[in-house]
Design a protein around this ligand. Structure first.
Ligand code: GTP
Length: 679
């Protein structure tokens, strides 16, 4: 078919559920196009992608792999994205700069819901995408059309089957292309060869082709008219409509094959070549300002310990030259990536995906132009809220200082990580998207930044308060040599309502405690309140200084501060101390099939369900709102994912403190005592 050669390079992102075969597909695309001479494999650990130690150790993609090839004179960059839900932020960033996404999915209709967040993200961002059903070598009796039907339930756009399988002896041995109506026979690790359409398949082929044409005609009146009048449409017209409807994200063409056996790969390449939009179309989608002559957008940042900072960027417009000023900084090196290997270029033209050296101020999402750094694009996806935290400690105490700097570099590489220095517990808590996400981060700290760390569940920031008040008299008197120390106070202590904090009242009349010592009394109480009788910060109580005595020579600020602490130490245990635990408001989002399981999960964790509603903008999903003790949240995401095929997620915010009594309280106090004793 005629094809106007597209001069600019294009970019496809490979996305899809965990272990669906994206890295294998990249390997297959590279070998089919001659970009690699020997096909590697994920199993053998010699694929172009997944070459980092963290990826090899897990046999999974832990970050986006970038590679490129030429197919029939056109350059393509491929962004092989990680499939794990915990690494979705990385995938979303890569998708923002791609012309087209290939969703690689196994034929698993029972897990169709896994694709829902991806379809929604692609549709929300109008990113053209097609579906490649992988691993058809092990499809068994499943029918491709049934798989498509199951996936249709989670896609707002119409899935349009572009080929039908040829089956022999219970196996898929080839396919019939529904546009050209030509049949191909799969050959292991070799291009398919043209065959006759089997007679037994002719009816099915005709039916499927009609369905495809009708789906396409939904958006094209001229084509619809032809179909209604039984006029056979011209093949070129069908290809053109398919291309424009894909570019407008109106339809999702569906292909299938086997990355492992290199089947269906050339058909996929042809679809990308003929139907993938060009960079100018995608730049419009990305809202690249018209006045920028040169524009590139960073979708990933790498802080190599030796090579310095590298920004992976898509060139949206113009040419990026090594040494030029882009985004207000000098570009020091332009590289084309092939997995972990880099090829130095003197320049990169529009459409290319390149690594740019030493742009110290550029961050992921930033749009760099010849006019300056326009900052993070308004269209860039929001960061996912953190759902799993670990308190980190350097294995070697001397590394504690290095640790914070190294984590900051990691956060720059992966903005879905967040570092919090807890003011309550003093812990350095790394927040992320799940246990695997944080384990990868910890591995990177060791492998890249040479800091070995241990992770532990973060401490819960309990508080304590009192249930009843008391009056107390305390005297502090020391006579050591010359100057003595003297301070004497009467205080009234009383509980305050939840959320009131701490109040201090000066009730002194007649100057029995001189004015200059009163702040010292308040400071002494505040000092004490950092750790009450149960070992936690004391809140929601009031102290009134009602009387006292002083000595003209021996009284000092220090003495009054000390006596105030002493008064609290003596008085508070008698005020019925009570533990307060933080309660969070959580909002848990799951497909509605899992809503009742979520309610049980919340109840089983001492939570209080507030109700549930449809999740706005998510068809077939619910949002369950509940109060949940913070102590129950640490591994909530783990259980939530395991009951929802991995797609459940939640957001949380602090709600209030609430009294905790009984065994749970005793345990918290016991652990606190052990922790304090160990310090
Ligand atoms: N039978 C069969 N297995 C395949 C095929 N493609 C990939 N696999 C296997 O599926 C597993 C996962 O493949 P990967 O290519 O690592 O999957 P991925 O989608 O890149 O994985 P993540 O990026 O970690 O989500 C590997 O064991 C592959 O060998 C295929 O076409 N057929």
């Amino acid at each position: 078919m005629p094809h106007t050669q597209i001069q600019t390079a294009r970019c496809a992102a490979l996305v899809g559920p965990y272990l669906s075969g994206k890295t294998s597909l990249l390997e297959s695309l590279l070998s089919a196009t001659g970009a690699t001479t020997r096909k590697g494999s994920v199993r053998d650990g010699n694929a172009v992608g997944d070459s980092s130690p963290e990826a090899k150790a897990r046999q999974m993609s832990v970050e986006v792999n970038v590679a490129s090839f030429e197919f029939l004179g056109e350059r393509w960059s491929v962004l092989d994205c990680p499939g794990s839900v915990e690494l979705a932020c990385e995938t979303q960033s890569a998708l923002m700069v791609a012309d087209v996404a290939v969703i690689v999915a196994e034929a698993a209709p029972e897990k169709a819901v896994l694709l829902a967040p991806l379809f929604k993200f692609l549709d929300d961002n109008r990113i053209p995408h097609l579906l490649f059903i992988n691993k058809v070598d092990s499809l068994g009796d499943l029918r491709v059309r049934d798989v498509v039907q199951a996936y249709q339930a989670v896609s707002a756009r119409k899935l349009v089957l572009r080929e039908v399988p040829i089956r022999e002896g219970g196996k898929i041995t080839g396919f019939v292309d529904l546009v050209s109506e030509r049949a191909w026979h799969f050959n292991p690790h070799k291009p398919s060869n043209l065959v006759q359409i089997p007679d037994s398949l002719k009816d099915r082929e005709h039916e499927a082709r009609q369905e495809m044409l009708e789906a396409v005609a939904d958006y094209d009146d001229a084509l619809l008219e032809k179909l209604l009048e039984d006029v056979a449409p011209d093949t070129q017209e069908v290809y053109d409509r398919l291309a424009s409807e894909l570019a407008d994200d109106l339809i999702v063409p569906v292909f299938f094959g086997s990355a492992e056996n290199d089947n269906g790969i050339r058909r996929l390449l042809k679809a990308l070549r003929h139907e993938g939009p060009d960079v100018a179309t995608s730049a419009e989608r990305a809202d690249i300002p018209a006045d920028a002559t040169v524009a590139a957008q960073v979708f990933k940042t790498l802080n190599g310990s030796h090579a310095g900072k590298i920004s992976l960027a898509r060139v949206w417009r113009g040419t990026v030259n090594d040494g030029m000023t882009l985004g207000g900084e000098r570009v020091s090196g332009v590289f084309r990536m092939m997995g972990h290997n880099q090829e130095k270029l003197s320049q990169a033209a529009a459409g290319e995906v390149v690594a740019l050296g030493r742009l110290d101020k550029a961050a992921t999402g930033d749009l760099l132009t010849d006019k300056g750094n326009a900052g993070r694009s308004a269209l860039w996806p929001e960061l996912p809220p953190p759902v799993f935290g670990l308190a980190l400690h350097a294995q070697n105490r001397n590394d504690e200082v290095k640790l914070t700097a190294a984590i900051q570099k990691l956060v720059e590489e992966d903005p879905s990580l967040r570092l919090d220095q807890s003011t309550d517990t003093g812990e350095l808590v790394l927040w992320g998207q799940g246990d695997i996400h944080l384990q990868i981060a910890m591995d990177r700290l060791r492998n890249k930044f040479n800091v070995s760390v241990k992770g532990a569940p973060p401490q819960v920031p309990y508080r304590e308060s009192i249930r009843k008040g008391t009056s107390h008299h305390a005297r502090y008197k020391r006579q050591t040599g010359g100057h003595g120390q003297f301070a004497d106070i009467h205080v009234e202590v009383k509980p305050l309502p939840r959320g009131a904090g701490f109040q201090f009242e000066d009730g002194i009349v007649g100057g029995v405690v001189p004015r200059q010592f009163i702040p010292a009394v308040e400071n002494g109480v505040r000092d004490y309140a950092v750790r009450g009788p149960l070992g936690f910060p004391v809140v929601d109580f009031a102290v009134k200084l009602t009387g006292g005595q002083f000595h003209a020579v021996d009284s000092s600020e220090m003495a009054f501060k000390t006596v105030a602490r002493q008064a609290m130490t003596e008085a508070l245990p008698a005020c019925e101390p009570v533990l307060l635990e933080p309660i969070l408001t959580v909002s848990i989002a799951v497909p509605s099939d899992f809503t009742s399981k979520v309610q049980r999960l919340v109840s089983g964790r001492r939570g209080q369900i507030l109700g549930y509603d449809a999740r706005p903008g998510w068809q077939g999903w619910d949002e369950v709102k509940a109060y949940l003790p913070q102590a129950e949240i640490h591994d909530l995401i783990v259980e939530l994912r395991s009951l929802s095929l991995g797609v459940g997620t939640f957001t949380w915010s602090f709600e209030r403190l609430q009294e905790l009594t009984g065994k749970a309280a005793d345990k918290a106090v016991e652990i606190r005592k052990e922790t304090l004793a160990a310090q």
